[in-house]
Design a protein around this ligand. Structure first.
Ligand code: ADP
Ligand code: MG
Ligand code: MG
Length: 249
């Protein structure tokens, strides 16, 4: 589904990604770990099509398409959806309005008509409940005054509504207390499916004890220096990064 081949990217003059190779097949959950400043967020941003990055080498194929040729919107329509490490605040726009816009934009791109308001409300209320949120949050400004945990719940709610083929979640666990972490993890587990790929960026093993990844990759200085199964995350938690980083340099 996603095939990243020798991807290099820079910000200004600074090379950040220095030859990333990795493949996500439908149904797989991949965790990307690594020390601060390794390029994890940059990789997510580049895949999501955010501006400010120059791709200097390599290719990315998504669902048979050349991903790097597509705009951010085209990527979302193609089914690649990026959550936010720091979800944006749009205080003047009600959350429910943005969610409705998002689903209808997706449907329009698929040649479907707008979702019936009743069906939309029913679905959204189910999801609000699933994510342990309050209905009132639907009528608040997008992310305005949301706690870190509420933003993350909202991010997963959006993913559950839009059902992307590939979900990219950058530090979905940062700033969550243990209860919020459980709810967000349950949401991610609901998102899991035979047709869907999930890429989770995380600093900690904690999330991965709730959402068991099929693969774990360590990103360091813009390269994947080691890949393994979920036991790699446990090993990292126990031993820290140092041995891996030394072995790689
Ligand atoms: P991670 O998510 O793994 O912590 P990032 O992708 O955020 O790492 O950052 C990778 C490197 O790119 C870091 O050295 C960081 O300082 C640098 N970087 C990130 N964003 C920018 C930017 N907008 N301008 C300049 N350098 C940046
Ligand atoms: Mg960081
Ligand atoms: Mg980051």
């Amino acid at each position: 589904m996603l095939n990243i081949n020798n991807l290099h990217a820079k910000i200004g003059d600074k090379p950040i990604l220095r030859g990333i190779n990795f493949t996500v097949n439908p149904g797989e959950v991949h965790a990307i770990m690594g020390p601060n400043g390794s390029g994890k967020s940059t990789l997510c941003q580049v895949l999501g099509g955010r501006e400010g990055y120059e791709i200097t080498e390599g290719s990315v194929e998504f669902d048979g398409k050349d991903l790097l040729e597509l705009s951010t919107e085209e990527r979302a329509v193609a089914g690649l959806l990026l959550g936010f490490q720091h979800p944006v605040e749009i205080p003047g726009v009600k959350n429910i309005y943005l969610l409705k816009e998002a689903i209808n934009a997706q449907r329009a791109a698929q040649g479907l008509e707008e979702m019936d308001t009743f069906a939309f409300m029913k679905r959204i209320k189910e999801l609000v409940k699933t994510m342990g949120m309050d209905d009132a949050f639907l009528h608040r400004g997008v992310n305005a005054g949301f706690s870190g945990g509420e933003k993350k719940r909202n991010e997963i709610l959006q993913m559950l509504l839009l059902q992307p083929k590939l979900a990219l979640l950058d530090e979905t666990d940062s700033g969550l207390d243990i209860d919020a972490l459980k709810v967000v993890s349950e949401g991610i587990n609901l998102l899991r499916g035979a047709d869907r790929g999930i890429v989770l960026v995380t600093h900690y093993q904690r999330l991965l004890s709730y959402v068991e990844p099929d693969f774990v990759h360590i990103l360091y200085k813009g390269r994947i220096i080691k890949s393994g199964d979920k036991s790699l995350a446990l090993q990292l938690e126990a031993e820290g990064y140092q041995d891996f980083l030394e072995a790689a340099s």
